[in-house]
Design a protein around this ligand. Structure first.
Ligand SMILES: CC(C)(COP(=O)(O)OP(=O)(O)OC[C@H]1O[C@@H](n2cnc3c(N)ncnc32)[C@H](O)[C@@H]1OP(=O)(O)O)[C@@H](O)C(=O)NCCC(=O)NCCS
Length: 173
């Protein structure tokens, strides 16, 4: 499927940028779950998880692009396991693939019950960011991603499939 862009003749698409490895922008964020973040059953609110996912993903996108970034889309998120009051929630993010001005970031969410020494994988999410030029406020090119491991190459391949779906939803093709 061809990717429909608003302006195919953007001059900045001809600029060559130096690549950066995935490890340069891999990020981690940790929070303790407090009462104001939970529902009456003492479970971390879904909206709080989404906020944390957006923030953790933005860290990796901001670091990779050395730019301001905006969230263009968030793919399907599911909540496999609840996170309980008093647990520690850890979010790990990394850039999976760079396209032109956009990049897909994957986020894995874990909860730790420190008293029981248990860790659970609670959520996986994919968030797409667009790098924004601080002066023109328009999308700007993002440095290419340098892949070093088999896992990074797998995530890179899979990101292309997800992009087809999200752009079909956005542009109706
Ligand atoms: C995201 C946004 C910058 C795209 O701008 P646009 O004028 O539609 O730009 P373009 O058509 O040139 O697309 C720019 C990039 O965004 C990507 N994009 C646009 N919509 C997308 C979507 N729903 N999902 C994934 N990528 C998307 C395009 O594929 C393109 O990527 P590429 O350059 O890597 O190929 C614009 O829609 C916007 O500012 N949205 C609001 C963002 C916002 O407020 N977020 C919440 C606060 S951070």
């Amino acid at each position: 499927m061809g990717i429909k862009r608003k302006d195919e003749s953007k001059p900045e698409t001809k600029i060559k940028l130096r690549g950066k490895p995935v490890s340069a922008s891999r990020s981690e964020m940790t929070e303790i779950v407090l009462p104001a973040m939970t529902n009456p059953l003492g479970k971390l609110l879904g909206g709080q998880v989404m906020h944390l996912v957006d923030m953790a993903a933005a860290l990796a996108a901001h670091r990779h692009s050395n730019s301001y970034v905006v969230t263009a889309s968030v793919d399907y998120i599911d909540f496999r396991n609840a996170v309980n009051l008093g647990e520690i929630v850890t979010l790990k993010s990394q850039v999976n693939r760079v396209f032109h001005t956009s990049m897909e970031v994957g986020v894995e969410v874990y909860s730790d019950n420190v008293l029981r020494g248990e860790r659970k994988h609670t959520t996986t999410a994919y968030v797409t960011f667009v790098a924004i030029d601080e002066h023109t406020r328009k999308p700007k090119l993002v440095p290419p991603l340098i892949l070093k491991t088999a896992a990074e190459r797998k995530r890179y391949r899979e990101a292309a499939e997800r992009r087809k779906t999200r752009l079909a939803l956005r542009y109706g093709k």
